[in-house]
Design a protein around this ligand. Sequence first.
Ligand code: AMP
Length: 250
Amino acid sequence: MKILIPVKRVIDYNVKIRVKSDQSGVELDNVKMAMNPFDEIAVEEAVRLKEQGKATELVAVTIGPAGAVEQLRTALALGVDRAIHVPADAMIEPLNVAKILAKIVEKENPDLVLLGKQAIDDDANQTGQMLAALLDWPQATFASKIEMNGGDFSVTREIDGGLETLSLTLPAIITTDLRLNTPRYAALPNIMKARQKPIESITPDSLGIALQNRLTVIKVTEPGKRKSGIKVADVAELVRRLKEEAKALS
Ligand code: AMP
C-alpha cells in the first residue's frame, strides 16, 4: 500500500498571530512556521502503518512557497520515504490544492491519501472532501481511529455526540482528527538522514493546472478585545448583576 500525505506550511501554533496594518492578511515575515498539526498526525499514522508492515511507501507533498520544503524535510525525518514540492503562493485556495493533488494522485497512484482535517491557518476544512469528489473516491473525515482488515479500512469518526465507524475500500481519502495519535519528535540521526532523501519539484503548469483564485479576502481583523472583569462584593450583588446587566438569569 502506497500512502500520499499532503502537508501544509502554516504559522506555528505557538505564535501569537499579528494582523497586517492594512487588514489584507496576517504577518508572515519573520514568523516561525511549522507543519500543520493535523498533518503531523497524518504523517505519524502513515509511519505507524509502514512500521506495522501495512504500508510500503510513504510520499509527502506540499503546495506552497520555497520555504515549505522545510516541512517536507520534517516529514522525511519522521519516516516518510520521499517528497514532492509544488511551488505556489502561500495563499493558495483549497480547490486549487485539491486539483493539484488530484493530478499528483494520477501520477503517483497511491492507495490512500491521508490529509489533516483542516489547516489551522484558514480553517477551511475543504481539501480532503474536494479531492474525494474530484477523484470519486470514498472518504472518511475526522478520523480518530484507523484499522486495516484485509484490504479494507475501518475508520472511527468523531461526530457530534458520539463516534461513527465506517468501512472503506481502497483507494480512499482519510482526514485526521486530533485524537488519532500523538505524533513523535524527529530524532537527530533521522533529521540528518532526511537530508539525503529525494524531494522532487513539480510545477502546477507541468500538471496542466492554471491556479485561479475564486475568493477575494475583503479584510482580516483581530478578535474583539475582551472587557476586563469586575469584583463583586457578595453573592447578592453577583445575582443582581447577572439578572440586570448580563441578563443571564431571569
Ligand atoms: P484545508 O482544507 O485548507 O483546511 O486543509 C485540509 C488539509 O489539506 C490539510 O491538513 C493538508 O493535509 C491538506 N492541504 C491543504 N493545503 C495544502 C497545501 N498547500 N499543501 C499540501 N497540503 C495541503
